[in-house]
Design a protein around this ligand. Structure first.
Ligand SMILES: *Cc1c(COP(=O)(O)O)cnc(C)c1O
Length: 373
């Protein structure tokens, strides 16, 4: 088989070479080491793009979630309520802080945290320190309901917007509704810096504190003096240069992702045994990945058939409450995320794909899914 591999999502640098210009500038000024103009400007430009006030550029989205929890004063033994249907990087930092996750199920209309179950969780754990909601695949959670409940219980809201940069909820960017918002620039995300993340917040004092912790918590003194534990989490000036270039093409990437999603939907909607991602009028998703649900058939059969044609697909995230590593923690509900995991397949959604590439995918799906009838 010599067919070219079609992957889920891979780095896509600008045709204009914007990223290289910023990196070259860093070389020319010997600003290779951490910090420098690109880091400051990247923070500034991203914060402007999403409509937040302050940002700290960090080495990963995971580090940003960790710093958000620390900024929210999450400590040993505290409870953190976390969406169950997500990637493990959402939940791991809860453990880094010695806190205890409580996992909450999703709802069908958004695939993200069910506000009613969040309320149930907060009634059971009113002492919870923070809530982490996720906007999976660029779909947004029910932010009005979730922010209202978090205000009522006076609990810090962290939005894991790692997959939803470029997504809006009621015309405002996801990641700007909670006390903290987290973005990721990992290689598979809608834009990438090869690896990186950003924590945003309107609380300037907390973001300055995060910059302090993430550069080894150096007190103001001539010698090395530390009164707090530090981390080496700051983004480098080279990496930030890639990010600045990528930000310039983010809107194009969103439009292409949306085109890919519409293409699949148009081509596949005649198949009665396939469902699509939920669409809500208050949400404009970036469709980071296009996902279909298979009704009444084994998703692994289709995954294997596509793999034979050198087409990469993946099941939807396995919920955290089903993960062996989190088996000892409480969860509220779970059926919806379990069903999405069982039925869902992420399709190739690479912004470099051509129509011919997309037809390669839909041809196999039509062949396989028509046989099932
Ligand atoms: C990618 C991702 C992260 C982690 O981001 P990194 O930059 O890879 O550390 C966190 N949460 C979700 C939902 C993600 O998809």
């Amino acid at each position: 088989m010599d067919k070219e591999r079609l992957g889920l999502s891979s780095p896509h640098m600008s045709e204009e070479g914007f990223e290289q210009e910023y990196v070259q500038e860093a070389f020319d000024t010997n600003w290779i080491a951490p910090l420098g103009k690109n880091v400051n400007e990247f923070e500034h430009e991203l914060v402007n793009y999403v409509g937040s006030q302050n940002g700290a550029a960090l080495i990963s989205g995971t580090a940003a979630i960790h710093m958000a929890l620390k900024a929210a004063d999450v400590k040993e033994g505290d409870i953190v309520i976390c969406q169950s249907l997500t990637f493990s990087a959402t939940a791991n930092p809860i453990i880094y802080q010695g806190a205890k996750p409580v996992f909450v199920d999703s709802d069908k209309e958004t695939w993200n945290m069910n506000p009613n179950l969040l309320r149930t969780a907060l009634e059971k754990y009113p002492e919870a320190k923070a809530v982490i909601v996720v906007h999976l695949y660029g779909l947004s959670a029910k932010l009005d309901e979730i922010t209202a409940i978090c205000n009522e219980y006076n609990v810090t809201l962290i939005e894991d917007a790692a997959e939803s940069l470029g997504t809006t909820y009621k015309d405002r960017a996801t990641g700007t509704f909670g006390d903290y918002g987290v973005y990721s620039f990992n290689g598979n995300k809608i834009i990438t810096t090869s690896g990186g993340g950003m924590l945003v917040s309107n609380d300037d004092e907390r973001i300055q504190k995060v910059r302090f912790w993430s550069t080894q918590s150096k007190d103001k003194a001539k010698h090395y003096q530390h009164s707090e534990i530090g981390y080496n989490y700051r983004m480098s000036n080279i990496t930030a240069g890639i990010g600045r270039g990528q930000l310039k093409v983010l809107n194009n990437r969103v439009e292409k992702k949306r085109y890919i999603h519409d293409f699949y939907k148009n081509e596949l909607q005649q198949l009665t045994n396939i469902d699509f991602m939920p669409e809500n009028q208050w949400n404009r998703p970036n469709f980071w990945l296009s996902v279909i649900l298979l009704k009444g058939t084994d998703r692994n059969v289709l995954i294997d058939a596509l793999e034979k044609e050198n087409i990469e697909t993946r099941p939807v995230w396995k919920p955290m409450h089903l993960q062996p590593v989190f088996a000892n923690y409480d969860h509220i509900g779970g059926e919806i995320s379990e069903q999405l995991f069982k039925e869902g397949i992420c399709l190739p959604s690479d912004t470099k794909m051509t129509d011919d590439d997309l037809y390669r995918v839909t041809t196999v799906i039509k062949r396989e899914m028509s046989n099932e009838e």
